[in-house]
Ligand binder design. Sequence first.
Ligand SMILES: NC(=O)c1ccc[n+]([C@@H]2O[C@H](COP(=O)([O-])OP(=O)(O)OC[C@H]3O[C@@H](n4cnc5c(N)ncnc54)[C@H](OP(=O)(O)O)[C@@H]3O)[C@@H](O)[C@H]2O)c1
Length: 323
Amino acid sequence: MDTRLLGKIEVSEIGMGCMALSHGYGQIPPEQYSIEAIRMAYEHGCTLFDTAEVYSPNLAGIGHNELIVGKALKDIRKNVVIATKIMPSRTSSFSSRFMYQTVKTHLLASLDRLQTDYVDIYYLHRTNGVSVENVAEAMGRLIDEGLIRGWGLSQVDVDVIDIAQKVTPLSAIQNIYSMVERDSETGIIPYCMEKHIGFVPFSPIASGLLSGRITTETQFEKNDDVRNWVPQLSRKNIAGNQPIVEMLKRFAEKKNATPAQISLAWMLHKYPNVVPIPGSKNKERIIENLNSSEVELTEEEFTTLENSLNGLKVYGHRGLRGL
Ligand SMILES: NC(=O)c1ccc[n+]([C@@H]2O[C@H](COP(=O)([O-])OP(=O)(O)OC[C@H]3O[C@@H](n4cnc5c(N)ncnc54)[C@H](OP(=O)(O)O)[C@@H]3O)[C@@H](O)[C@H]2O)c1
């Protein structure tokens, strides 16, 4: 698979979001299946694996997902890029005075679970009111100590990115971005391009909406399934967004690809610094998503898609409560 740069860190142009193997999309697979799925993605050319300390069933407990990622990647560690995230709490340990020690303590626990002695990209998962300058300083020290290769921010605006970037240059910004969630196009992605920062879209298939496999009749799971509260996936908004899904289906058929693949190929074509991390707990769909890398859009096809999208109204956002 072709590679791209997140700052100075080289990764496959499509990564794997590992969250659903622990949280967020209902019943999680047996651990052995998840480990095999991650290994299969690697064998298929994927070298970027995204996790977070908080990805655990129902967000209760810490580290379920990092443990799986660690088991899957430990013997090919040097060949892959592992990105994980620290979630600050509103406690005094995240005050400016203790920031470096607190971030390091969280990092060391993640390293232990991931069975490695460094993380490639360490994200601040949410700012949650902490001093981003202090976090940036702490990350700079951890880079100097060799415990992380680079760092990033998640779900932030340009003003926050700019503050952080001036203290310790960033490798990546991980924000929500898809054909139906395009706010980052106006300020954030151009800023990242200018500063050579990678942009890593999360929920790039809009939590499944852009696959065309979700209808107004789809029943989401009862337990630990974010799709129950994602506003874009309310019955009304699924119905409202059908013209976008139908447009994508027609386009995909002509290209002999799937709608999910077209939605990923579109963002790869649009920006050279974008590396999406689609998530799936199904081996076939993980491969389908990675194969988007082979779907080439001509300039004319891209313009057709872009014009069609610009002409269609988007109903609802994904919402920011999810992790
Ligand atoms: N930084 C943050 O705050 C943040 C927030 C959310 C997510 N993330 C990261 O981003 C990754 C991806 O985000 P996400 O999982 O929320 O959204 P996503 O990749 O847009 O969508 C995942 C959903 O789409 C379905 N899906 C995926 N590929 C499909 C395909 N080809 N055909 C049909 N359905 C498909 C999956 O179902 P199946 O499992 O049944 O295939 C799942 O329900 C996560 O794993 C996580 O690492 C980060």
